[in-house]
Ligand binder design. Sequence first.
Ligand code: ADP
Ligand code: MG
Length: 260
Amino acid sequence: MTLQINNLKSSIEGKEILKGINLKLKEGKVYVIMGPNGSGKSTLANILMGNPTYKIDSGEIILKDQDISNMKADERAKLGMFLSFQYPQEISGVTLSNFLRTAYNSLKEKKISILEFRKLLKEKAEQLGVNEDFLARYLNEGFSGGEKKKSEILQLLVLNPKLAILDETDSGLDIDALKTIASGIKAFASSSPDKTIIIITHYKRILDYLDIDKVFIMKDGLIVKSGGKDLVDEIDSNGYDKMWTTHGLKPRASDDVKNH
Ligand code: ADP
Ligand code: MG
């Protein structure tokens, strides 16, 4: 699904966070957004999904010829957009399985029976090596970091959107969990040729398991550089500060957070 972002600006409590983002994403591609803490990656993800906390000051978001800038989050989800959560919430008394079925039914025109849903969920859970006991647990209650991320990817596979934005889905994972998450993303990417994926990450390691098409670097609310996988390698070996110097970019305005 093509997504075009034109001169997108956004502020929170009077502070400008996104300062004019321009992006053009094509369907069937895997994109990566990297950048230091506080550069605006999650803000961009939330704005794309229509999180009401974030307001657009100017600019527009065009999804497949349709201006979705003023659309509510649930409408965007119905159009096939999906955002994983950086800090998934605990919901007491709702099992993962029920949560996923409710989410599925609220998105799809055609409702699914409990039996059909079980079949779908079983198939996707098996793909991710998730067992029945896990599906019966209350959402995120006592989930380990890895289990939370797995449940997010399970949600991705079950909801089967067209455009998936994965915000730090790879943070805090051990190597086995990372491989599982990467295989889930791969399964999603290859399930149909029209999937578009945006991976927001700090780490090279998940990208070693995925075929990526293009990398964007964000800094102080702007996309300051784009390129191929070599950009990821460059950041991984040298860090951001070195990258700014190498590419003739100014140091960060707010240099309170050191790169890592
Ligand atoms: P990143 O995901 O790249 O680390 P964020 O988009 O989370 O960056 O944050 C960008 C800037 O916006 C930071 O300075 C952050 O403090 C600020 N910010 C983000 N969300 C909020 C919010 N809900 N309220 C206030 N400030 C916010
Ligand atoms: Mg973030």
